[in-house]
Design a protein around this ligand. Structure first.
Ligand code: 13P
Length: 253
């Protein structure tokens, strides 16, 4: 079965101590993940090492960075490279979150470089895509999101692209409490899989987990995750509450 993933994105929230307590509270639930189920915690850079040691003994629990720079090294004050992440044993990195695209001017071309940089350092990208509200209202969301994939990922070989994780996060559903309907999520995930299949074949497209993000919570996770092409979620607000995130992990197929 394709990997099913509950990924927490803490964004710029929680103190170190609050983060540590949150991880303790979640792990205390003693969740046993099936071999195809994974949980990721995308935490702020200063918490990576602590979080990694917290989950060290938990099967299929991993830590992710929320971003990395596209260059290998050099005079980029304040930035963190994929090589640095690799040197502390980080194996996942969220790339292209809409907040970074919007506030930090990340382009599809720049993200292609970040993807390469992560892969060169043994880091699996969790590649985010998704359309803003005006695009959804104009009904052109499919072309918009397919373009994001094509421009940032389609230079990869079939062997490589099938190791990635994709997260579809419609911008109008992020932090708004307005979740895409299960039908809207399933429709986009199915479409993206078809776009990937068109270039790489069905076997490759069927391998890639596509997570849904945007106001996922304990109450809507079971229905969203039950859709055949929705392989879990990338969760912001609700991942900051232990009971909420525990229930979201338990909703994985
Ligand atoms: P919310 O779950 O807070 O809507 O955030 C979604 C998100 O951006 C996860 O990356």
């Amino acid at each position: 079965m394709r990997k099913q993933i509950a990924a927490a994105n803490w964004k710029m929230n929680l103190s170190y101590q609050e983060g540590e307590k949150l991880l303790d509270d979640i792990l205390e639930a003693g969740i046993q993940l099936a071999p195809h189920q994974y949980t990721l915690f995308a935490v702020p850079f200063p918490y990576l090492i602590m979080s990694k040691s917290e989950v060290a003994n938990e099967a299929n629990f991993y830590v992710a960075a929320q971003n990395c720079h596209h260059k290998k090294s050099g005079a980029y004050t304040g930035e963190v490279s994929a090589e640095m992440l690799q040197s502390i044993g980080i194996t996942y990195c969220v790339l292209g979150h809409s907040e970074r695209r919007e506030y930090n001017g990340e382009t599809n071309a720049m993200l292609a470089e970040k993807v390469n940089s992560c892969l060169a350092n043994g880091i699996t990208p969790v590649f985010c895509c998704g359309e803003p509200l005006d695009i959804r209202e104009a009904g052109t969301q499919n072309t918009f999101v397919a373009e994001q994939l094509r421009e940032s990922l389609f230079h990869l070989s079939a062997e490589v692209i099938q190791t990635l994780i994709i997260a579809y996060e419609p911008i109008w559903a992020i932090g708004t409490g307005k979740t895409a309907s299960t039908a809207q999520a399933q429709e986009m995930h199915h479409y993206l899989r078809a776009v990937i299949a068109e270039k790489y074949g069905t076997a490759v497209a069927d391998e890639i987990p596509i997570l849904y993000g945007g106001s996922v919570k304990a109450a809507n996770a079971p229905e969203l995750f039950a859709s055949p092409d929705v392989d879990g979620g990338l969760v912001g607000g609700a991942s900051l509450s232990a009971p909420e995130f525990i229930a979201i992990i338990r909703a994985l197929k």
